[in-house]
Design a protein around this ligand. Structure first.
Ligand SMILES: [Zn+2]
Ligand SMILES: [Zn+2]
Length: 333
C-alpha cells in the first residue's frame, strides 16, 4: 500500500516518517525530581534504596517518560552535560513503524533532600525490642562481642528496605551490651541466630510501653545469655572431665579417654587461661606423678589414656580438689 500522506510505498496507511511529523513520538519531562535522604544517602525509588544517582535518575525517568504506542525502543541513553548542575542529555532511538527514528532532548534532575522514614524513626529513638547480651557467670570477651555485634549489623543492613531495620541505641554496661532495635521481628531473627551460633540461652519478656491510637504498645526484651564455658575450658559434665572444643556446638573431648563427647550440663573446672603447664615425674599404669605447678611438690594424679614419659610437659587444670592432667596434644592442636 501507499502512505496516504506522502504516497511512498509503505505497509502502513501512514508511514512512520509522516507519522513522526504529526505526533509526539517521545515525551521527556523537563524536570525529574528525585528524593534523597540527607542522613543515609539512599534514594527513593519505589522504596528507599541504596543505589547510585544514575540508577535513581534511570528509575524515575522510566516512570515519567512516554512513548508513542507504535514506537519500538532500541536504546535510551542519558548522561549529565556541561557545567550546569543537574542538566542531562538524553538520546532515544528506535523504530516508528517502518521509519528509523531518533530523538534527543535534555532534562533537569532536581535532588530534593529529606529524611527517609527509617532515618527519622531512628533519629527519634524509636525501638520495639531490646537485645540484652550477657554471659553466664563471666564477662563477655571482646572477640565474642565483636562477632555478635557484627552479626547484628549484618542482619540489620540486609533488611535495607525494611523501614524499621535499624539500631537506635547501643548501651554498653558492666554486665554486657543492650542493643535497641527498631523492628521486633528483626530482633527476633537476630536472637534466634545468636542462640544457634553461640549456644546462648534466650529469655523473652514483654512490657507495655504505652498506648498509641487506642492500642497498647509493646516492648520486647530478649535476654541472650552466652554459656559459661568457652572453647579451651576444662569442664565437668556428669562423670566426664572434658576440654571444650566448640562451645556453640557443645562439643568436647574427654581428657581421660581422648574420645569426643557432646556436653549436656557442663560446669567449669578451669578456664582456659587458668591452665598451667608442668612436668611428668613418674608414670604408672593408672596413676602418674607430676610436679605441682604451684607448690612444686610431687603429686599423684589419675593417668589419662595417653602416652606419657617422665620429663614430658603436660597441662594441669586445678579446680577445688580436682587436679586434672591434660595431654598436650589436646590443648596444643
Ligand atoms: Zn508517508
Ligand atoms: Zn535515611
Amino acid at each position: 500500500m501507499k502512505c496516504a500522506s506522502c504516497g511512498r510505498e509503505s505497509e502502513y496507511s501512514v508511514c512512520g516518517r509522516c507519522l513522526a511529523e504529526k505526533v509526539k513520538v517521545v515525551e521527556i519531562p523537563s524536570v525529574i525530581e528525585i528524593l534523597a535522604c540527607s542522613r543515609c544517602g539512599r534514594y527513593k525509588l519505589d522504596k528507599w534504596r541504596r543505589v547510585g544517582l544514575s540508577d535513581a535518575v534511570s528509575h524515575n525517568l522510566s516512570k515519567t517518560v512516554s512513548f508513542h504506542e507504535d514506537f519500538w525502543i532500541e536504546s535510551v541513553e542519558f548522561h549529565p552535560v556541561g557545567d550546569e548542575i543537574g542538566r542531562y542529555r538524553i538520546e532515544v532511538s528506535g523504530k516508528l513503524r517502518d521509519y528509523a527514528y531518533s530523538h534527543s532532548d535534555s532534562f533537569e534532575v532536581r535532588v530534593k533532600k529529606i529524611a527517609c522514614k527509617k532515618c527519622s524513626m531512628q533519629a527519634g529513638g524509636y525501638y520495639e525490642a531490646v537485645i540484652q547480651i550477657r554471659a553466664d557467670k563471666r564477662e563477655i570477651s571482646d572477640n565474642e562481642l565483636e562477632s555478635i555485634l557484627g552479626l547484628i549489623y549484618r542482619e540489620t543492613e540486609r533488611e535495607d528496605t525494611n523501614p524499621k531495620a535499624f539500631i537506635s541505641k547501643l548501651v554498653e554496661k558492666k554486665e554486657g551490651v543492650d542493643v535497641y532495635i527498631g523492628d521486633k521481628k528483626l530482633a527476633q531473627k537476630i536472637t534466634r541466630q545468636l542462640t544457634k551460633i553461640f549456644g546462648a540461652e534466650l529469655k523473652e519478656s514483654i512490657s507495655i510501653a504505652g498506648r498509641e491510637d487506642g492500642r497498647d504498645l509493646y516492648r520486647f526484651t530478649y535476654l541472650v545469655r552466652l554459656p559459661h564455658y568457652q572453647k579451651g575450658d576444662v569442664v565437668k559434665d556428669g562423670e566426664a572431665i572434658a576440654l571444650v572444643l566448640n562451645a556453640e556446638k557443645k562439643k568436647a573431648v574427654d581428657v581421660y579417654s581422648g574420645k569426643g563427647i557432646n556436653l549436656k550440663s557442663p560446669s567449669v573446672i578451669a578456664k582456659r587461661d587458668r591452665l598451667k603447664t608442668t612436668y611428668v615425674l613418674n608414670v604408672d599404669r593408672d596413676v602418674m606423678e607430676i610436679l605441682d605447678p604451684e607448690s612444686y611438690e610431687s603429686i599423684s594424679v589419675k593417668k589419662p589414656d595417653f602416652d606419657f614419659q617422665p620429663g614430658d610437659a603436660v597441662y594441669v587444670a586445678k579446680g577445688g580438689d580436682d587436679v586434672v592432667v591434660i595431654h598436650r596434644s589436646l590443648v596444643d592442636k
